[in-house]
Ligand binder design. Structure first.
Ligand SMILES: Cc1ncc(COP(=O)(O)O)c(C=O)c1O
Length: 759
C-alpha cells in the first residue's frame, strides 16, 4: 500500500556549493548524507537559481527549500546587463517561492558574517537560518527533517488526513462495500485486473458510511461537516453542501428546497437540462430569459432590459458563465432581477472565479448586499480538481437570516430535507476528500495557480491572433480566436490585471452580438475559455467562398488526441484549466498547422480520416480534405443551416402545460414517437413531452409541454435541415437530447422522431 510519508516531500537544496571540494561542500554533503541515510528524507539539488525557479514552478511536492545566501550561480535569473549580487538573487528567489507557496518551509543557509546582509523583509518570509559550518550534521539534518514533517501535516486538510489515517490503520473491514478494502476483487481474474489498475489505496479508501471517524455527509457533522464549513469559508459562502452526483443533482436540491407547485420562476433559456428536471420535480411554472446570439450561433448574455422588473418570481436561475465564457457582473444582474425572490447562479463551469481578481464582481458569491437568498452551484470537478461528479452548493443568506445562529440553523434544517432526498446513504469518501483538497488548493495558492493558467491561455490567444494577422498573406488562412482585437496590442500582464480588457461593450464588432440584444456592459469574456474560429463565415454572418466547418477540424484534432469541449458549426471551444500545460498548447498549434497543410494539398481522406472512409466508403472514398471542406461548407451555407439555428433559438414557444405535466404524460405512457416530417404545425399543432436540446450548441429549443405550432415553424425547419445534413454527411451526426433517430430505411435515410404527448 502506498503511503505519503516524509519521503514523498523532497528537500530542495539551492546552492552552488554542494558539488564543491571545499569545507563548505563537505559540510553540506554530510548533512545530505545524514538526511537521506538516517532521517529517511529525500533530497533534490539545484546549483543555479534559474533552474530552481523552474523546479518551484513545476513541483508542488517539495517539503522544504534550503537557500544558500552566498550562492553565486544565478542561471537564467540573471538578466543581461543587470547588476545582480548574491543577496539580491537569493532575496528574489525567496520572494518568488513565497509568492507561489505561502507555507512551504524556507531555510536560509548563511555564513555568520553575512547576517547583516539578510534584510528583514526576507527574514519575515523564511522559517529559519542555518549557520554554515556550525552544528553537527545530525543536528542540522534533524532540524530539516522536522520542518518537512511539520509541513507535511499541514498539507493534508483534516478530512483527507482522517481518511488517510484510517486507511493506514489497516483495519479489518466487516462492513460494506462488499469488496471490503479491495480484498473481494482478488477472488477472480477480472476483479484482480480491476485491483491492479486502480491500486490498493483507492479501494482501501472506499469505505462504508458506518465509519464514524469520518463524520456524516447526510447530517453534515464531524470531519465531513468541518470540510464543508472550510469550503464555505474559502469560496465566500455562509454554508456549503457537498454533492456527490454532480451539479445536475445540486441544481435539483436547490430548487426542491425552495420552489412549490405553481410557483412562477424565471430561467435562463440557456440552462442545463437539470434545471428542466428541477422544474419537473417542483412543478414550477417557468418563464424564460432569452440569451442573444451572434451569426456564428455563439450564445451571449441575456438582456436584462427585456425583463419585466415589476413581475414577481419565486426563483431565478442564470447560467454563469456560459459555455463560451460569458460571465455576468452579478451586482448588475441582481439589480436587474428585482422581481426575483431568490437568485440561483449555475456556475458549473466557473468554480475558480473567486480566486483571481480579474473576475471581481462577476460571480454569485461576490454579492455582498444580502438583499436576497443566493445559491451558487459549482461542478468543482469540471475546472477545479475534484473527482468527476463532485460538486458544491454554496449558500449566502439574506440579512434577515445572516448572523443569527438560530435562523441559519433553521434554514439548514429545512434545506437538508431536500438534500437528503437526493443524497445516497453510501457516499464515496474519496469524492468528499477530493472536494476538500480542491478547496485547500484554492486556499493555498488559487490565485497563483489561476494566474498561471490565464497567462498560458492569453499567450495562446495572442499567438493565434498574430499568426492570423501577420503570417497569413493574401489568399492564405488560419484559424482565429473569438476575442477583443486589443488583445494583440496589450501585454500579457496588462491583460491579466485589467478586467476592462475583457468586458463586452454593446456595439463592439468583435463579439458580433447585435446592439439590440445587449443593453449594457455587464458581462466579460473569461480569458481561459478559448473559442476558436474557422474560416467560412464571420461573427456578423458575412460568408466567404472558402470555409472549414469546425466539425472537420475537431475530428482531425480528436484523431490526434486533442479532444475539444464543444464543436459548433464554425467555432470550437477549448478549456484551459489546472491540467493545461505548455506542451499541450504546442501540440495543438502544430496540429493546426498540419491541418492547414493537408487542406492546401487536398490530402486524400483515406489518409486524413481513414476510419471515416472505412465506415462510409461509398460516400467519402476518393475525396480530398479540401473537397470535403468545400462540400460541407457549401452545404451549410446554401441550406442556411447556421441561420436557421440562430432563428430557431430566438423563439419561446407557447406552453400547453408546465414541464411537470408533460413528464406526467410519460409516466402514464400517454406519449408517442412521431417522425419530424409527419408533423404539420399548421393543421395539427402538437405538444412535446420532453425538452429538445441539439448539440451544438446545447441550448433547449423546445421544453417539455411546449407547443409545436406555426410559431415554432423555424424550429422544425432547423431540425429538418439538421436531419438532412446528417444524411448527407454520415459520420457527422451530433447529439440531440429529446430526438430519437430511426433505423436507416431502404435508401439509407435516417429520420428524426419526437416524443410527443398523445392527442
Ligand atoms: C450550466 C451547467 N449546469 C449544470 C451542469 C451539470 O453539471 P454536472 O456535470 O456536474 O452534473 C452542467 C454540465 O455540463 C452545465 O453545463
Amino acid at each position: 500500500m502506498k503511503t505519503i510519508g516524509k519521503r514523498s516531500w523532497p528537500v530542495l537544496f539551492v546552492s552552488d556549493q554542494v558539488q564543491q571540494q571545499t569545507d563548505e561542500g563537505d559540510w553540506l554533503r554530510a548533512i545530505v548524507q545524514h538526511l537521506t541515510a538516517e532521517n529517511g528524507c529525500t533530497v533534490l539539488f539545484s546549483s543555479a537559481y534559474g533552474d530552481a525557479h523552474d523546479m518551484v514552478y513545476a513541483r508542488e511536492d517539495l517539503g522544504t527549500i534550503i537557500v544558500d545566501w552566498e550562492s553565486k550561480a544565478f542561471g537564467r535569473l540573471h538578466q543581461k546587463n543587470e547588476a545582480l549580487n548574491e543577496a539580491d538573487a537569493a532575496a528574489r528567489f525567496v520572494a518568488y517561492v513565497r509568492r507561489r507557496n505561502r507555507t512551504i518551509p524556507i531555510l536560509i543557509l548563511s555564513d555568520r558574517s553575512s547576517i547583516e546582509s539578510i534584510p528583514n523583509p526576507v527574514l519575515e518570509l523564511v522559517n529559519g537560518v542555518i549557520w554554515k559550518l556550525t552544528d553537527t550534521a545530525p543536528f542540522n539534518a534533524g532540524r530539516i527533517e522536522r520542518s518537512v514533517v511539520d509541513y507535511m501535516y499541514t498539507v493534508l486538510p483534516p478530512f483527507f488526513r482522517s481518511l488517510v489515517e484510517y486507511v493506514h490503520e489497516y483495519n479489518f473491514a466487516w462492513h460494506t462495500p462488499g469488496h471490503m478494502g479491495g480484498q473481494g476483487f482478488l477472488k477472480s481474474p477480472s476483479g484482480t485486473a480491476f485491483h491492479k489498475f486502480f491500486g490498493e489505496n483507492v479501494l482501501r479508501a472506499d469505505l462504508s458510511i458506518s465509519v464514524p471517524e469520518l463524520g456524516s455527509l447526510l447530517d453534515h457533522t464531524g470531519t465531513t461537516g468541518a470540510a464543508e464549513n472550510y469550503s464555505a469559508q474559502v469560496f465566500g459562502a455562509d454554508r456549503c453542501y457537498y454533492i456527490l452526483n454532480g451539479t445536475s443533482t445540486g441544481n435539483q436540491v436547490v430548487w426542491r428546497s425552495q420552489v412549490s407547485p405553481g410557483d412562477r420562476c424565471l430561467l435562463d433559456r440557456n440552462c442545463h437540462k437539470s434545471l428542466n428536471h428541477a422544474m419537473i420535480i417542483t412543478q414550477a411554472v417557468p418563464e424564460y430569459m432569452v440569451p442573444v446570439r451572434n451569426a456564428l450561433g455563439i450564445i451571449g448574455p441575456v438582456d436584462f432590459a427585456k425583463i419585466d422588473q415589476a413581475k414577481a418570481y419565486v426563483m431565478t436561475a442564470l447560467t454563469n458563465s456560459t459555455y463560451d465564457g460569458i460571465c455576468y457582473n452579478t451586482i448588475y444582474a441582481s439589480q436587474h432581477l428585482q422581481g426575483a425572490g431568490i437568485l440561483h447562479f449555475d456556475e458549473a463551469w466557473y468554480a475558480y472565479a473567486k480566486f483571481h481578481p480579474i473576475y471581481r464582481d462577476h460571480f454569485g458569491m461576490a454579492l455582498g448586499s444580502r438583499d436576497k437568498l443566493i445559491f451558487c452551484t459549482h461542478s468543482t470537478h469540471k475546472l477545479l480538481t475534484a473527482f468527476s461528479q463532485a460538486s458544491m452548493i454554496l449558500v449566502k443568506f439574506p440579512r434577515d437570516i445572516f448572523g443569527s445562529p438560530e435562523k441559519e440553523d433553521g434554514f439548514h434544517d429545512l434545506f437538508n430535507e431536500s438534500y437528503m432526498m437526493h443524497g445516497s446513504t453510501s457516499p464515496q469518501y474519496s469524492m468528499v476528500a477530493s472536494l476538500e483538497v480542491a478547496t485547500k488548493m484554492m486556499d493555498d495558492n488559487g490565485s497563483i495557480a489561476h494566474a498561471d493558467i490565464m497567462e498560458e491561455a492569453i499567450e495562446l490567444r495572442r499567438k493565434i491572433a498574430r499568426i492570423k494577422a501577420e503570417e497569413c498573406g493574401e489568399g492564405d488562412w488560419f484559424f482565429g480566436i473569438w476575442q477583443p482585437e486589443s488583445i494583440v496590442t496589450k501585454t500579457t500582464q496588462e491583460l491579466i490585471e485589467n478586467q476592462a480588457n475583457w468586458v463586452l461593450q454593446p456595439g463592439d464588432a468583435w463579439h458580433g452580438f447585435p446592439a439590440e440584444g445587449l443593453s449594457g456592459a455587464y458581462t466579460m469574456l473569461d480569458p481561459i475559455k478559448l473559442t476558436f474560429l474557422c474560416p467560412g463565415v464571420d461573427v456578423q454572418g458575412r460568408w466567404q467562398e472558402m470555409g472549414v466547418p469546425a466539425a472537420i477540424a475537431t475530428r482531425f484534432l480528436g484523431d490526434k488526441g486533442i479532444v475539444c469541449e464543444k464543436t459548433d458549426y464554425y467555432s470550437w471551444l477549448l478549456l484551459n484549466s489546472l491540467g493545461t500545460t505548455k506542451g499541450k498548447q504546442g501540440t495543438l498549434l502544430a496540429e493546426l498547422f498540419r491541418f492547414r497543410e493537408l487542406y492546401k494539398s487536398n490530402a486524400p481522406l483515406e489518409q486524413v480520416f481513414p476510419q471515416l472512409v472505412a465506415d462510409y466508403p461509398a460516400r467519402y472514398r476518393g475525396q480530398g480534405l479540401q473537397d470535403h471542406c468545400r462540400q460541407m461548407h457549401g452545404y451549410i451555407r446554401e441550406r442556411g443551416l447556421l441561420d436557421k439555428m440562430v432563428q430557431s433559438s430566438k423563439i419561446i414557444p407557447d406552453q400547453a402545460c408546465i414541464p411537470a405535466e408533460a413528464y406526467r404524460a410519460i409516466v402514464k405512457k400517454q406519449v408517442e414517437f412521431v417522425r419530424l416530417d409527419a408533423i404539420d404545425p399548421a393543421v395539427n399543432p402538437r405538444t412535446t413531452a420532453v425538452m429538445v436540446v441539439p448539440y451544438p450548441p446545447g441550448i433547449p429549443i423546445l421544453m417539455g409541454g411546449e407547443i409545436i405550432n406555426e410559431k415554432t415553424r423555424p424550429i422544425l425547419e432547423y431540425l429538418r435541415e439538421r436531419q438532412n445534413f446528417e444524411n448527407r454527411f454520415p459520420g457527422y451526426s451530433g447529439d440531440i437530447h429529446g430526438i430519437e433517430r430511426s433505423q436507416p430505411d431502404a435508401d439509407g435515410q435516417v429520420w428524426f422522431e419526437f416524443m410527443l404527448i398523445k392527442q
